[in-house]
Design a protein. Structure first.
Length: 379
């Protein structure tokens, strides 16, 4: 196996597949990158058993300047190999394989490193009974970014570490919850090219979606294939595989209040700034809680720390309606939720100081873009 390639193009491909590689794995060869060279292209693969990323550099891609001398394959230590390639001195590099040893040359620099047999690397999953659709990459990024914040990071309830997707025709509903907060996004997909009978209910690990989001930048559309235990996202020269989480996701619709007794409309950026300032104090306390008081048409946000002091700020709300209310909450949860709205005005609706409250775009009542936060009991 031997080829010469533009180093920057190769680094990009290495970075892409490295997103799937973990140093903590029970399968040692998965700390390696798999390289397979045929007569037309170079194929790189990275995997951690849960997600796999395969990217292809065709000889026809003039920017990659791929020159194929001899086809073959090998797996090389991902971190060590990538660090070598990033530090090579010249614009191009050559990789030549003799047995299980790789010779890397660039300019006046030459490395030799040991690899492993490509035949020992696990095969990518095969899929049966596939449902397919093509979606806008921008819409997929929108869905991921607005829901991943509420996915649990605790493995004690694995099902909550995923994003629950329900697809029907050209509509997708995405929901996450960690039992303290909930995010929901409902999108009508544009330009969808889907099977006539596409109807899927899947739970995709939020960690996988987070890595996929990084690959979607600059993409126009994504082809998605869904099977019983796998999802595949085809981004052209890069293919992203992820396992699905097994089990039934909690029924979240019943958690969303259908009415409210108190409501405030405010610019998300204004509330975000106030919470940032209040959390300077709350982060110094043991319980990390701020309090919102809605009384006599005024909204006041308070942060306390017995060790440091207190901050109190009156909010410049657009409207305040309903009953007076004092409610406490984790400022970090609300701050994450507000960032989703990109500075728009939001409606924040409450039913009581012990019941979850919701944040939605101002004036919208269809819950297509919703964040829900559970308050903190402080008495």
């Amino acid at each position: 196996m031997q080829f010469t390639i533009n180093r920057q193009a190769f680094i990009k491909a290495l970075n892409d597949v490295s997103r799937a590689i973990s140093s903590r794995t029970t399968i040692p060869i998965l700390t390696n990158i798999k390289l397979v060279l045929n007569d037309e292209e170079l194929i790189l693969t990275g995997s951690n058993a849960d997600i796999s990323i395969e990217t292809t550099i065709p000889q026809s891609d003039t920017s990659a300047q791929l020159v194929i001398t001899q086809p073959g394959g090998i797996t090389l230590p991902a971190t060590f190999f990538t660090n070598i390639v990033k530090r090579l001195p010249a614009d191009n590099m050559t990789l030549a394989i003799d047995g299980l040893r790789a010779a890397i040359t660039s300019g006046a620099s030459a490395f030799t490193i040991n690899g492993q047999d490509v035949q020992n690397y696990p095969q990518l999953p095969e899929m049966e009974d596939v449902q397919s659709l093509s979606v806008s990459a921008a819409q997929l990024v929108d869905i991921i970014s607005q829901t991943k914040i509420s996915a649990s990071t605790q493995e004690s309830r694995p099902i909550l570490t995923g994003i629950h997707l329900q697809l029907t025709g050209n509509s997708v509903k995405a929901v996450t919850t960690d039992s303290h907060r909930l995010s929901q996004r409902i999108v009508t997909l544009t330009g969808t090219d889907a099977d006539a009978d596409v109807d899927a209910d899947v739970i995709i690990p939020a960690k996988a979606f987070n890595e996929l989001q990084s690959l979607l930048e600059g993409q126009d559309r994504v082809d998605i294939k869904l099977a019983a235990n796998q999802a595949v996202f085809d981004l052209g020269h890069t293919t992203f595989y992820t396992r699905l989480l097994e089990g039934n996701y909690p029924e979240t619709d019943r958690l969303i209040p259908t009415e409210s007794t108190t409501a405030i409309t405010i610019e998300a950026s204004a509330l975000l700034g106030a919470i940032d300032r209040a959390s300077l104090l709350s982060h110094e306390s043991r319980n990390n809680v701020v309090q919102l008081s809605l009384k006599n048409g005024a909204a006041v946000l308070t942060g306390n720390s017995q060790e440091v002091g207190q901050v109190k700020e009156e909010l410049g709300a657009q409207t305040i309606d309903g009953d007076d209310l004092d409610i406490s909450f984790n400022p970090d949860y609300v701050r994450d939720a507000l960032r989703v709205f990109n500075g728009k005005s939001v409606d924040v609706k409450f039913t009581s100081n012990l019941r979850p409250f919701t944040l939605t775009p101002a004036g919208e009542t269809d819950n297509k873009q919703l964040q829900l936060i559970t308050p903190v009991r402080t008495f």
